[in-house]
Design a protein around this ligand. Sequence first.
Ligand code: NAD
Length: 230
Amino acid sequence: MTLKLDGKVALITGSGRGIGRSIALKLASEGARIVVNDLDAEPAEETVQAIRAASGQAVACVGSVSAPDFAERFIGTAVSEYKGLDIVVNNAGYTWDNVVQKMTDEQRYAMIDVYLTAPFRILRAAQPVIRALSKAEGEAGQRVVRKVVNISSVAGLFGNAGQANYSTAKAGIVGMTQTLAKEWGRMNVTVNCVAFGFIQTRLTASTADAATATSRAARSRWASTPGCSR
Ligand SMILES: NC(=O)c1ccc[n+]([C@@H]2O[C@H](COP(=O)([O-])OP(=O)(O)OC[C@H]3O[C@@H](n4cnc5c(N)ncnc54)[C@H](O)[C@@H]3O)[C@@H](O)[C@H]2O)c1
């Protein structure tokens, strides 16, 4: 049986848990070979094993997407392991909330790093690989369509109290998405953004660790955001 994504290579950041993990499992179930990333080695490896247990193919590229050398390593893993690059999902991240008067520069830049600089570097590193593949395919008379999906949030579209940092970054990724959609159409790459409402994951769980999760209060604020789907 031929699957929809047979032969495709998909890279998904933050796919050790939550939404990224679900995306990885879904794309693998459709036949894609997956480059799994997470900051934490254990959940990344767990996703890889879950894909392999279901007869799929996956490899882990562990590390922070915010590390300056990460993008080259991530794209390099896809090329060296699977000789291709078809789908990139920029999903990794966390929240570090506070009201603006109490938000530090560190808190603000952490969100910019993980949600804006990291996807920018990953897509910048992907471009020469995609350009070369697309050129070769064009010369062979083939037209292969590739996909980039950047994960935004309703907080980036409508704002969310306590998330000046997160909402700024999530709004920024919309602009970068629209620009790359215009730059990359010529390489047959569709570049899109998905802006989720509230989804129950570790990111939205109530926890004492303010650097990793939003609170229950944030959850109810989010749910009441105009246009928010639950
Ligand atoms: N859950 C929601 O309600 C919701 C709503 C809107 C948008 N989002 C977005 O969806 C994406 C996924 O969130 P989730 O809810 O699945 O969260 P999650 O916490 O369940 O999963 C996120 C994963 O990203 C990893 N990660 C965090 N920082 C990283 C880094 N620097 N490098 C590599 N990996 C890193 C974490 O270890 C974790 O495994 C995020 O971009 C988030 O902003 C989530």
